[in-house]
Design a protein around this ligand. Structure first.
Ligand code: SAH
Length: 225
């Protein structure tokens, strides 16, 4: 894929970052995060017929009524998680696997859950094919998290819920970060950054108005494939 297109995407992310700095308090993102955005081949995660658009700074449909998020939002959410190379994190909403791929370049291990079986299967296959082998994926409703590997240094939710699921907060380490869009299914939503303090209490900050696909509750716990 044309590296000029990728450079364009990185520049567009930097521009969005400056435009939104009044909300986010960030004029730029960490060089490690930008490096991961430069490394992961987004064209592999979008449908074949949309590959020409892979490095546009916009969300794209991935089938099953779902979307791959806008690159700026992927980069911002990744940055908000403050990923460290030794971290273990959890994602709810694997979708195409793109956000998982980006995060996997920056931390030790990522667990991710996807409620749509066809997407879970496709993301799993793709991540293995590219060789991103520090990602483990389960299908199911991620509301209850993935307690077996808890607590996590970071948790990212990529679908909008009407509240922050309590089980996810409980699966954060002291000092851990949770990034989640919260709001109405097709209405006003805010990206929230929740932090578990060293004494176990939680603090929360609104980062930016966003538009995510709705969080789907099936009640079916995440299971093995
Ligand atoms: N991170 C994805 C974004 C996908 S859109 C990417 O980089 O492509 C959000 C995803 O969340 C969708 O695939 C949707 O099916 C999934 N989702 C919605 N509710 C969920 C739930 N309760 N548990 C797990 N996944 C969920």
């Amino acid at each position: 894929m044309n590296s000029r297109q990728k450079d364009g995407m990185l520049r567009s992310i930097a521009t969005d970052c400056r435009f939104t700095s009044g909300y986010t308090g960030k004029a730029s993102l960490s060089p490690r995060v930008m490096e991961a955005m430069a490394t992961v081949p987004r064209e592999e995660f979008v449908p074949r017929q949309l590959r020409q658009l892979a490095y546009e700074n916009s969300p794209l449909p991935i089938g099953e009524g779902q979307t791959i998020s806008q690159p700026f939002i992927v980069a911002l959410m990744t940055d908000l998680l403050c990923p460290d190379k030794d971290d273990i994190m959890l994602e709810i909403g694997a979708g195409s696997g793109y956000q998982a791929a980006v995060l996997s370049r920056l931390i030790r291990k990522l667990y991710t859950i996807e409620v749509v079986p066809a997407l879970a299967q496709r993301a799993d296959r793709l991540l293995r094919q590219i060789g991103y082998d520090n990602v483990e994926i389960r299908r199911g409703d991620g509301y209850q998290g993935w307690p077996e590997h808890a607590p996590y240094d970071g948790i990212i939710v990529t679908a909008a819920a009407d509240h922050v699921p309590a089980p996810l907060k409980e699966q954060l380490k002291p000092g851990g970060r949770l990034v989640i869009p919260v709001g109405r299914p097709h209405g006003a939503q805010d990206l929230l950054l929740v932090r578990r303090e060293e004494d176990g209490s939680f603090s929360s900050r609104t980062i930016l108005p966003v538009a995510f696909v709705p969080f789907i509750r099936t009640g079916e716990p995440a299971d093995d494939r």
